[in-house]
Structures are given as C-alpha cells and as structure tokens.
Design a protein. Structure first.
Length: 308
C-alpha cells in the first residue's frame, strides 16, 4: 500500500472514529440531561458547560454527543436501505431481458435526476417528520444510484467467459450471483457506499435544518444549526460546534472512501504513477445531486455497447 493510500485511510478512519467514540460515549454518559434547561440562556463556554448553552438553557456538549449518535444512525441506516435495495434492483436489471432492463434503467435515471432533498421532503411530508422516515427517504434515493452502479458492474461480470461456462454447465442464477457477481463487484460497491454514507449524513442534516428530520427534543446537528442561526454572533459555539462536527464526519468518510478506492482499484495506482488504466477498467464519476455525485462508475458504457 502506498504512503498516500495509507494516509487517506488512516486519516479518514481517525476522523470517523472520533465521531464513533462520541456516539458510544453518549450511550453511557452525558454531561447533562437533554431536558435540563437550568444552564441559563446562552451561557458562554466554561467549566460547567464546555460549549455553553443554547437559547433554552440546554447544554451544547450534550446535544453534540447525541447528534453524533443520530448522524451515524442515519448514515448507516440509509446505506443499509440503499445498499440492499439498490443491489437487488441492479442485479435484477442485469439479469433481465433487454426491454425490462431498459425500463428499469429509465426509471433509475429519472429518480437520480430529481434533487435528493426534494424527493426526501416529499416522502417525509407524506409520512411525517421522524428520524426513521428520514432514513428511509434518503435510503430510497440512494438505492437508485447504487442500482445503476450495480447494474453496470454486474453486466460486465456476466459477459466474462467463466460466467458463460458456468451458465452452460447448468449453474443456478443464485450461485452465479453469490460466487461470481458479488465477489467481483463488492470492492467498487463498498467504495460507493462509503461515499454515500457522508452524503446521507449531509442530507439528514439538511432535512433537520428544514424541520423535516428527527423532531425535538432530538439534537440533530442540522437542528442545532437551525436553532443557533439567530444567535450566531452572540453565541458562536452553537453554530461552530455542529458545523465542525459535520465537516469532520463527512471529510473523514470521503477520505476513507478515497483510500479504500485506491486499494480496491489497482488501475488508479498506474494512473497516479503516470501510467494508463487497463482497457475496460476505467473509472469515473456520474453526475447528479447530493446523493448522485462522486459515484465511481466502472465504465462509461455497458459491456454490450449500450449507453449506461
């Protein structure tokens, strides 16, 4: 592993690890109760309240620790929903007949074209604001991005000679998926899901900022930013603390994904050394909005020559 890959992975793991530690600590210990408003309005940081208090007298450090738990739960939950559902849809499209594959691909492109927050806001408005609804909404949007990537990767694997030989010998589709397709696509898929984790955290913070995420008194980082925007100059810690926490988690997830991508894709090693990628193993990014950007794509076209 090169020094750069080691730095990316290590730095990303450390930054994400800090948030994980904060979330674990919040499960067993908190400076104050989330319902404790005895701190006084906008008390400055000090020995009693490390980050000060908000306009209701609640301790900001307590809210920050609980916000770490909510951010991680949202990211992991959305990745789980999007990963499972997207992988299933992508595999179905890869194995489907051409007309069904074209139909599914068109639907996925339409979903990806819509702004993430707009789709999430519609789903949240229909079911009511809650953390679970936000996770499902973000996961459903993420599933379209994951499905498109899985479809492209799976179709490439299915055109390999050893897969053709396995199909000819009577190997079931289930065994082909578990023994040939998934083992070959998981490295790129894992990188994509790591990137989507950070984007899901940002999406949840945006929903909470708009009042569509976890309802009060849950201390989401996005809701903390919304509550503190009117007193940003009077009590800057209320804005800086959740903002920096979001930056640490998202940058950490992106650095970890970048290092993981270098490990999973040996062709990047050659490009960074001045070489070229092997034919058929080009990588890139697909366009999109908050959950459709920075998505590693295996090839600009499908293996059968059709546009992706």
């Amino acid at each position: 592993m090169s020094a750069r890959r080691s730095v990316s992975l290590t730095t990303g793991a450390v930054l994400v690890g800090l948030v994980v530690v904060a979330a674990v600590v919040s499960l067993v210990w908190l400076p104050y109760s989330l319902y404790d408003t005895s701190g006084g309005r906008l008390t400055p940081p000090g020995a009693g309240h490390w980050l000060g208090t908000d306009t209701l007298g609640r301790d900001l450090a307590t809210q920050l620790l609980i916000g770490a738990r909510i951010a991680l739960a949202t990211g992991l939950g959305a990745v789980l929903v999007g990963g499972v559902l997207g992988t299933a849809i992508g595999l179905a499209a890869a194995f489907a007949r051409p007309w069904l594959d074209d139909t599914l691909s068109a639907v996925l492109d339409i979903v990806i074209a819509f702004p993430t927050l707009l789709v999430a806001m519609l789903l949240v408005a229909a079911r009511g604001a809650s953390l679970g609804t936000a996770i499902v909404a973000i996961g459903l949007v993420m599933a379209a991005v994951v499905a498109r990537l899985v479809r492209i990767l799976a179709r490439r694997v299915l055109r390999q000679d050893y897969v053709t030989a396995a199909r000819t010998s009577g190997t079931t589709w289930a065994r082909i998926v578990t023994e040939h397709v998934l083992p070959n696509i998981w490295p790129t898929l894992a990188v994509n899901l790591a990137l989507q984790f950070g984007l899901a955290v940002l999406a949840e913070a945006s929903l909470s900022y708009l009042g569509l995420g976890a309802p009060p008194p849950n201390a989401s980082w996005g809701r903390m930013l919304q509550d503190a925007q009117q007193t940003a100059f009077e009590a800057p810690a209320g804005v800086l603390a959740p903002g920096l926490a979001l930056v640490v988690l998202v940058i950490g997830a992106n650095l970890f994904a970048d290092g993981l991508r270098d490990v999973a894709d040996p062709t990047r090693r050659g490009r960074r050394a001045g070489g070229t990628a092997a034919p058929g193993l080009q990588t890139g990014t697909s366009g999109g909005d908050a959950l459709g950007t920075a998505v590693p794509v295996a090839s600009p076209v499908d293996p059968d020559g059709r546009p992706a």
